[in-house]
Write a protein that binds this ligand. Sequence first.
Ligand code: ASP
Ligand code: MG
Length: 407
Amino acid sequence: MALYVHKYGGTSVGSLERIEAVAARVAEHRGAGHHVAVVVSAMSGETNRLQGLGFDLGGQAVPREMDVLLASGEQASAALTAMALIRRGVPAQSFLADQLPIRTDAAHTRARIEHIETASLFRAFEAGVVPVIAGFQGVAEDGAITTLGRGGSDTTAVALAAALEADECQIYTDVDGVYTTDPRVVATARRLERVTFEEMLEMASLGSKVLHPRSVEFAGKYGVPVRVLSSFEDGPGTLISLEEQEGMEQPMVSGIAFTRDEAKISVRAVPDVPGVASSILGPVSACGIEVDMIVQNLAHDGGRNDFTFTVKRGDYDRALAVVKEAAETLGAGPVVGDSKIVKVSVVGVGMRSHAGVATQMFAALAKENINIQMISTSEIKISVVLDEKYLELAVRTIHDTFGLERA
Ligand code: ASP
Ligand code: MG
């Protein structure tokens, strides 16, 4: 007998018909003799709708109330899912975060899970009752309802799987697994049988939106095997696990991730003295703007550097204004920017043991005459910044080069 956590996302509980399908799957697993704890998201579109209502009444200023509002979407789908199970003859009971409880810190709208009390879930298992847990929500020490940030019910599911020491956390979604790249860009993209937490974390944070990045972090930390599967069709999905658990030779490159919403800002002719990087980037992060890639290169006219970095496209105008001010104070040259860039990254733990991935990637781009504007690397990732018009071509070319397509 195994213990599974099933997590169903918004589209998987998007209608009563879909909720019935969820109940059928849960009943099937349970019929096979397994324990199943179910975590549900709000019905698709519901959290957006609630957020819109809240923002119209100034909800941004009162995150505590936003959380009470947003958490209601999951409350509804937990009750509906429990009802669908009960009507099928499967005893079930909904659990809200404060009923377990799922303890979080008090950072409203982006809270972190600190502890999950599992006693009532084990009691439910013993009584033959399927617990249906509202995802995305938690409770702070003072009893206030919190939420975990958009997409956070993945994190509820993984944290719950860790707390229950589940055999597997199964994330049911609208795709049948994790792909070598976005199949909308490369039609021959292949579903991966397995991927490591580290690779998945890179891919998740680099814009492949299958899983909430924090859930992957959590899964890696606690070694919870996570499987991404489709709630619409049967299949093996993709297993996300520790490298050691895989025990097989790693391919050089596992996948290609990309993000379209990037922008870059360059400060020309920055005096080459200590403290400039912090004088430029300090004010940017003080505005809460996240900086990603940073490149500094020595310009020819002695003693001056060009300093370039990237931010999310939505932060571009604000960042540009702040940096212009900082550059002036520093006596640097002009500030120029480009908000029509993208980032493309190859990811693979196999890079650790294979040399030459970068060379192969750059050669592939050169062959297509695609100019690389910036490069950054980590142990298992190589990222390049490109003009946005080359995104599709670049991803396809690199996908080809590393032989990632379906056989
Ligand atoms: N319902 C929440 C959201 O839409 C949480 C989730 O779906 O994971 O962000
Ligand atoms: Mg989601």
